[in-house]
Design a protein around this ligand. Structure first.
Ligand SMILES: *Cc1c(COP(=O)(O)O)cnc(C)c1O
Length: 224
């Protein structure tokens, strides 16, 4: 089974403390089942509708990670079951997640996305935005969400020095928060960075959660 083999190979290269999120977006449920039957439980999707469908059909002990750009009006579809929302990038979105968490009587774990890519187009918050957000009264009133770390995406470039620099920026901000405003919060512990092409570099820079798709499931084809 190719998928199971790939997961085994990648896992053997990861330090024990690194969580592997197998990014199954665009891939069929049968491939997820191959990985599941080999014992893998963490999967990542970036479209709410696909995720909701896969959740319906697949075993309920799968831990689903949302790794896309989440719109506030779609939070309700994943709130009942989502394990971790990577890449939260606004107070408005947090407000909705908190509300949906309350409706579902659960605490939803989220990572804040720091914009680290030096190129223009990527989503994410600045360091200043995150600091202000964490200090805000509204944020501190949220009862049904938990910020369990940070997430970032490096630029899609060949230049390893640039990628290295971007990952180092994220790690250093993560450590800074852990040592200052979040020093009393042991739940703040995940640093989600690294994909198929750059996860080794990400781990060297302190990542403890990698999101890997194509190296596990093969190249994606979007033209359907
Ligand atoms: C698609 C995606 C990944 C996985 O990318 P690969 O290069 O296939 O490993 C990781 N993170 C995010 C946010 C993605 O959208």
């Amino acid at each position: 089974m190719q998928v199971a083999e790939n997961i085994k190979t990648i896992t053997s290269r990861l330090p024990d403390y690194v969580t592997l999120v197998a990014v199954s977006k665009t891939k069929p449920e049968s491939m997820i089942m191959d990985a599941y039957q080999a014992g893998h439980l963490d999967f990542g999707e970036n479209k709410v509708q696909d995720l909701a469908e896969k959740y319906e059909h697949l075993p309920k002990d799968i831990r689903w990670h949302f790794i896309g750009h989440l719109q506030t009006n779609k939070v309700k579809y994943i709130a009942p079951f989502i394990h971790l929302i990577h890449g939260v990038d606004s107070l408005k979105l947090l407000r909705t997640i908190d509300k949906e968490g309350e409706k579902n009587k659960r605490v939803i774990s989220c990572l804040l996305q720091l914009k680290i890519a030096e190129e223009e187009s990527k989503f994410g918050l600045s360091k200043g935005d995150i600091t202000a957000l964490l200090a805000s009264e509204e944020f501190r009133s949220f009862q049904n969400l938990n910020i369990t770390g940070l997430m970032g995406m490096a630029s899609y470039v060949e230049d390893e020095n640039q990628i290295n620099r971007e990952f180092a920026t994220l790690k250093s901000f993560f450590s800074e928060l852990k040592e200052t405003v979040l020093s009393n919060d042991p739940g703040f512990k995940f640093l989600s960075m690294g994909m198929s092409g750059d996860y080794e570099l990400a781990i060297k820079n302190g990542s403890n959660m990698v999101r890997i798709g194509s190296s596990i499931f093969g190249e994606r084809h979007y033209n359907k």
